[in-house]
Write a protein that binds this ligand. Structure first.
Ligand SMILES: NC(=O)c1ccc[n+]([C@@H]2O[C@H](COP(=O)([O-])OP(=O)(O)OC[C@H]3O[C@@H](n4cnc5c(N)ncnc54)[C@H](OP(=O)(O)O)[C@@H]3O)[C@@H](O)[C@H]2O)c1
Length: 302
């Protein structure tokens, strides 16, 4: 893993790690208790979850595992809209917070994000009684160290960043080997000295190289031109003796404006692979050859 000085985040008594384990799929399988235990006791003990991941099971399993975990585990979570009605006001943020902290068995969190606020406008979120003032109140009470915005698509992230209410941002699928549309997000965040999480460096799987994910990027079907570009990338990686997954991970890890890269982990095998991918050394010349491949065709996400 690149030897970066970990960023200091208010509410976190240790430096932020450059790699965060994504747990959106944790709890989808009945045997995931064991995976949660490995996540909190392994080498990469910094986890990203959310109130709605696997209908709450992701947080529940992490909470159960934390009871037996050694010290030094960091968990970030997110407030979600009401799953039945889509309501996402200040009251809902407080209920989401109570659910999350009770499942995780914690009283405070270092970073707490507003997650996918698609059912409300930015103005509604910012208004009195809205979701953002509730997050700000949690920060003022010292219950969360920092508040973040975690969403992808359109210009919503930029609009939230420009409110200057947030300390952190999580972007996903938009700063990878084949997509750079988060450039503006990174620029705005750097201007404000925000903590930046870059999630989904494998674009949800295709850049991990597994044939199972070969037809989708950012959870949408890819065009034949896009698939052909990924194929050229894979061939380039092969010529340099590295895997596509290693290149995809290190593309994000090497970006100084990204403070932590969030990778989705679905099994013990993937967790072990992630640790060894993080240790892969990418030959310097690879990045010049990557640039020489030219711009990728548009990815299927907005
Ligand atoms: N709005 C938000 O806040 C938001 C949105 C998106 C993501 N996130 C966070 O970011 C995390 C990552 O997102 P993501 O899981 O969608 O995308 P990702 O990290 O780009 O892709 C993860 C997928 O890549 C495959 N993979 C992982 N390691 C691999 C390896 N070593 N070799 C080959 N394939 C590998 C796995 O597929 P299989 O194991 O199935 O083969 C895994 O499910 C999420 O878990 C979540 O924590 C947050």
């Amino acid at each position: 893993m690149p030897d970066q000085q970990g960023r200091r985040v208010p509410g976190l008594d240790r430096p932020l790690q450059p790699l965060t384990v994504g747990t959106s799929a944790l709890g989808a399988d009945p045997g995931d208790e064991a995976l949660a235990e490995m996540m909190v006791s392994g080498r990469l003990r910094q986890l990203d979850t959310s109130n709605n991941y696997a209908g709450g099971r992701s947080e529940t399993l992490i909470g159960a595992a934390l009871k037996q975990a050694p010290d030094g585990v960091t968990v970030f979570s997110k407030a979600d809209s009401d799953p039945g009605t889509g309501v996402f006001d200040g009251d809902r943020v407080m209920r989401s917070w109570e659910e999350t902290t009770s499942r995780l068995g914690v009283e405070t969190l270092p970073i707490y994000h507003l997650h996918d606020p698609m059912t409300i406008t930015v103005s509604e979120a910012m208004a009195r009684g809205g979701a953002v003032p509730a997050l700000v109140a949690l920060r003022e009470q010292g219950l969360v160290g920092a508040i973040g915005i975690a969403v992808g698509g359109g210009t919503m992230v930029e609009d939230y960043i420009r409110t200057d209410a947030f300390d952190a941002v999580l972007t996903h699928n938009r700063y990878t080997l084949v997509d750079r549309r988060a450039e503006e997000i990174l620029r705005l965040a750097a201007e404000r000295d925000m903590t930046v999480f870059n999630a989904a460096p494998f674009g949800g799987g295709i850049l991990g190289g597994s044939p199972r994910h070969a037809t989708r990027y950012g959870y949408r079907r890819v065009s034949p031109e896009f698939a052909a570009h990924v194929e050229r990338l894979r061939a380039l990686c092969e010529r340099w003796g590295i895997t596509l997954a290693a290149a995809a991970l290190h593309f994000s890890l090497a970006e100084p404006r990204v403070h932590s890269t969030v990778v989705g982990v679905t099994s013990a095998e993937r967790l072990a692979q992630l640790e060894s991918l993080a240790d892969t050394v990418i030959p310097d010349g690879f990045w010049a050859d990557l640039a020489a491949l030219g711009s990728p065709p548009p990815s299927p996400i907005d």
